[in-house]
Design a protein around this ligand. Structure first.
Ligand SMILES: C[S@@+](CC[C@H](N)C(=O)[O-])C[C@H]1O[C@@H](n2cnc3c(N)ncnc32)[C@H](O)[C@@H]1O
Length: 223
């Protein structure tokens, strides 16, 4: 495989699971503030509220979420068995609260009107507009009425930047046999404006950016 050829998503994270947390700690600016912001909309409660975590990886977002809701029941969805193993190692005290689903969030069914919150962190920036919209509609159906979706992700800072990521993706996918696959590790972050539009088209309301530091942002919306 050439140097610039895309890697498959699962293989990419299986290979990096061991060093993932330290990589993120070094490379996400204001790591703590970012992950605290992801947890901030979760109400402080001793109840066993239900949270769907899409692309949970090793569960970096769960530490701050458990501080606010120590009894929360987490449905942890990820493609990579190695990332999920790390999550289980780290959160061995909360095993009975965590249900692991090794699956793609694009195809796995979710229970309907079941979750108080859904979160996705640093994982959806590989999806095209159509794939994201379809997934947002599925998340909207999975939330209870009044439920909330929280996304922390890598964003494009302008429409020009967004277009250049998409052009690069087209280039990198040439010669692969899955031109429209979301399962390649290629970054195509969107602007906050586009995120707001997609969430609103999926039926979410009250889009709010609660944190931004350069290209990392956390936003929320309600159903
Ligand atoms: C950069 S990591 C983020 C992990 C964690 N949320 C965090 O903030 O550290 C992206 C994760 O998303 C997972 N992922 C990517 N595409 C996925 C898909 N279609 N279905 C399930 N998991 C996916 C990867 O396996 C990886 O563990």
């Amino acid at each position: 495989m050439g140097e610039n050829q895309p890697e498959g998503m699962k293989e990419f994270f299986d290979l990096r699971a061991e060093t993932y947390d330290s990589h993120m700690f070094k490379n996400v600016n204001n790591f703590r503030e970012f992950y605290e912001a992801v947890a901030r909309p979760v109400r402080q409660t001793g109840n066993n509220i239900k949270i769907l975590d899409l692309g949970c990886g090793t569960g970096l977002e769960l530490a701050a979420i458990f501080l606010r809701a120590p009894q929360a029941k987490i449905t942890a969805v990820d493609l990579s068995a190695k990332m999920l193993n790390k999550l289980l190692e780290k959160y061995h005290r909360q095993h009975s609260q965590i249900e692991i689903r090794r699956a793609s969030y694009l195809t796995a069914p979710f229970e309907e009107e079941h979750y108080h919150y859904a979160v996705s962190v640093m994982t959806l920036h590989h999806l095209t507009e159509a794939e994201k919209l379809k997934l947002y509609k599925k998340i909207a159906r999975a939330l209870k009425p009044g439920g909330e979706y929280i996304e922390g992700d890598y964003i494009a800072l302008s429409r020009e930047e967004e277009s250049s990521f998409l052009a690069e993706r087209r280039q990198r996918l040439k010669g692969t046999d899955k031109e429209d696959s979301a399962l390649y590790h290629i970054d195509i972050p969107f602007t906050l404006g586009k995120q707001e539009k997609l969430l609103s088209r999926a039926g979410f309301q009250g889009f709010q950016v609660i944190y931004q530091a350069g290209e990392n942002a956390v936003y929320r919306a309600k159903i």
